[in-house]
Every structure is written in C-alpha cells, then in structure tokens.
Design a protein around this ligand. Structure first.
Ligand code: TYM
Length: 333
C-alpha cells in the first residue's frame, strides 16, 4: 500500500503557511484513506540551529497539539517525535556516506540559512537533507506532502535513493513522489508577496500564527500589503500582483476551492470588501484549531503518551527496513 510520510520542525510557532501547506493537507490525506499516514515532529532537524532545551520541549508538544487539533487522529495515523525513533539517525549516517558534498552545497535552503558564514554553520545543517531522506526512506514512504519550499530536498531524496540502489545493485529504496498540490503550498508574507511566510521573519505582521487571536488575525489581514486596484475577474490577471494573488490563494485554500472558483466569488471586489471577508474566514477556520491546541496543551502528559505510542508503532515499520539496509551494506553483528 502507498505510504505517506511528512514532518514539521518544532522550531517555533506554527504559521498559516505550515497550516495550509502542510498540516491541513496531512489531515486531508488521512481522511482520503487508501494509504498509511505517518507524521512526525522533527526535533533532530530543529537542533541544526540552536534551540533552547526547554523551548524545544514546549515547541514539540505544541506541534503535536497542532497536528491533533487539525484532525490528525493518532489511531489512524502514526504521530511521533523523530528523536524517539533512532532508526532515522542510523539510516541518516549511511545516507551521509551516499550523498555527495556537492549535492548538499547546492541546496538553496543551506545557502539561505548558512549565508556567507558557512564556516560557523553546524555540520548538521549541511547534512540536513540526508536526515530528511532517511526520515522518508526508513519507512519506504511513497508519497510526501510538503509545501513548495521542500521540493529541492525531495529531489535530493530521490537522488540518494537512486545512488544507494545503484551502488549496492539493489532495487530497495522507492522513488518517492512529492505531493505539492493546491493553492496552499506557497503562502507568502503579508508584507512582501515575493517572500514566503515564515516563522523566522522578524516582522510578526508578516505572518499569521496559529496562536493569534481573532483580533490579531483581522488586524494583520487588514494591514496586509496590497496594490490599489480591485481584484480582477480572471486569476491569470493576478500575474505581477504577488500580494493580491497571495490573498486570493489563501482565500481559496481556506475555502478548499480552486483558484477559478475563488475568482468567481471575489473577482471585481475592492480590498475594502475582500479583506474583512477574508479575515472573517480565517478566524472561522483557525479559531477552532487554536482553541483545541490550547486545550490539549493543558494536558502535556496525554500528549507525551500519544507521542510515545506513535514512536513504538513507527519503530515496528522502521526497524526491519534499517536491518535490511545494514544487511545490504554488509554491516554485521
Ligand atoms: P518546515 O518545518 O520548515 O515546514 C513544515 C511544512 O510546512 C511547509 N511550509 C509552507 N507551506 C506553504 N507556505 C509556506 N509559507 C510554508 N512554510 C512552511 C513546508 O513546506 C513543510 O511541508 N525539512 C522540512 C521538515 C522535514 C520533512 C522531512 C518534510 C524533515 N524531514 C521529511 C517532509 C519529509 C522543513 O524544514 O519543514
């Protein structure tokens, strides 16, 4: 059966981008059925840049609460914390020996995050995509739902699988399919329609956090940067208007409709009409999620119990795949 895997870093609060580009779609894939769904808090990825230990613990629980609040059912899906399934790190070491320095050096996320000061970046940050490939391939996952920004990492995952298979003369690791579909896979900053919405943007006004209250959501959307023209009738006419297009994409993703259907509803509107309507919609969709997150956070022991059970189930799948990988590579004992 097809197997879905994806992960999110517990490195700070969740944004509307994480919700529309990832968590909501993860829940949709669980509901669609027909495949096993495995979702992860990737704490080992988070520590590639400094994380305060207490904050990491809290963010991991909060992310678990976010998954659960958005509809991930820990019975139907496997939900766990990466570091508690050591097979990820074990396979990642083998992939560190398969992947080439040059491949890693070409990753745009590495270049963005390490910047001009690569000498001072952690070795883990450089090797990050090999761990990500291990996350996916230790389950032989076939489908990986992600936002647009992870596309290059998923291509590298295929390169690593192909090189492993080729070097050892096996057909062992599958060629994973990225699933980057719908209008929520590239949510942009509310201050600059050419940059992605990100939890690390210094301006809080650039993003909607899942923990924002109704007033904050409404204020941020009201103040979102736009141009003076009303919305066109046709989605294509939003070319060259990145801020306007972003708000239409957010509208379509929140409503779960196509961009054409969205234009049929909002084409011709001024931002004076459109923004308050979008703010109401965002509050209507996000308020129940953030309320449920807050409720779940009152019982951290229950969250820990769910994560521990998820890790056990994940290991049942990962352990035999790692064992076979060791056998293929000739590692005995
Ligand atoms: P991370 O933690 O940065 O983001 C988690 C997910 O949210 C998506 N996302 C967005 N989608 C739309 N618009 C945005 N503005 C936006 N910002 C973030 C991301 O594309 C991602 O799907 N390397 C990954 C985590 C990871 C992973 C994996 C993912 C580790 N191992 C294995 C898939 C499979 C990351 O840093 O995502």
């Amino acid at each position: 059966t097809p197997r879905v895997f994806s992960g999110i870093q517990p490195s700070g609060g969740l944004t509307l981008g994480n919700y529309l580009g990832a968590i909501k779609r993860f829940a949709d894939m669980q509901e669609a059925g027909g495949h096993q769904t495995i979702y992860c808090m990737v704490d080992m990825h988070a520590i590639t840049v400094w994380q305060d230990p207490a904050a990491l613990t809290r963010n991991t629980r909060e992310l678990a609460a976010g998954y659960l609040a958005a509809g991930i059912d820990p019975e139907r899906s496997i939900l766990f914390n990466q570091s508690r399934v050591p097979e990820h790190a074990q396979l990642a070491w083998i992939f560190n020996c398969v992947a080439r320095m040059g491949w890693m050096g070409r990753m745009t996320q590495w270049k963005d995050k390490a910047g001009k000061n690569a000498e001072n970046a952690s070795l883990g940050l450089f090797a990050y995509p090999a761990l990500m490939a291990a996350d996916i391939l230790v389950y032989h996952a076939t489908h990986v739902p992600v936002g647009e920004d992870q596309k290059q990492h998923l291509e590298l995952t295929r390169d690593i699988a192909a090189k492993f298979n080729h070097d050892y003369g096996v057909e062992f690791f599958p060629m994973t399919e990225p699933v980057i579909e719908g209008t929520g896979t590239r949510v942009m900053s509310l201050r600059d329609g050419t940059r992605k919405m990100s939890k690390s943007d210094p301006s809080d006004a650039s993003r909607i956090n899942l923990t924002d209250d109704a007033d904050a959501i409404a204020r941020k959307i009201r103040k979102a940067r736009t141009d003076p023209d009303p919305l066109p009738q046709d989605y294509k006419a939003l070319d060259g208007r990145p801020e306007a297009r972003n708000l239409v994409n957010i509208f379509a993703a929140l409503r779960d409709i196509s961009t054409d259907a969205a234009m049929a509803q909002v084409g011709g509107q001024n931002f004076g009409e459109f923004k308050p309507m979008l703010a109401d919609l965002a509050v209507e969709k996000l308020a129940p999620v953030s309320a449920e997150m807050a409720r779940l956070m009152n019982d951290p022991a229950e969250i820990d119990r769910i994560m521990a059970r998820g890790a056990e189930r994940a290991r049942e799948i990962a352990a035999p795949i790692l064992a076979e990988t060791y056998r293929i590579t000739g590692m005995i004992g």
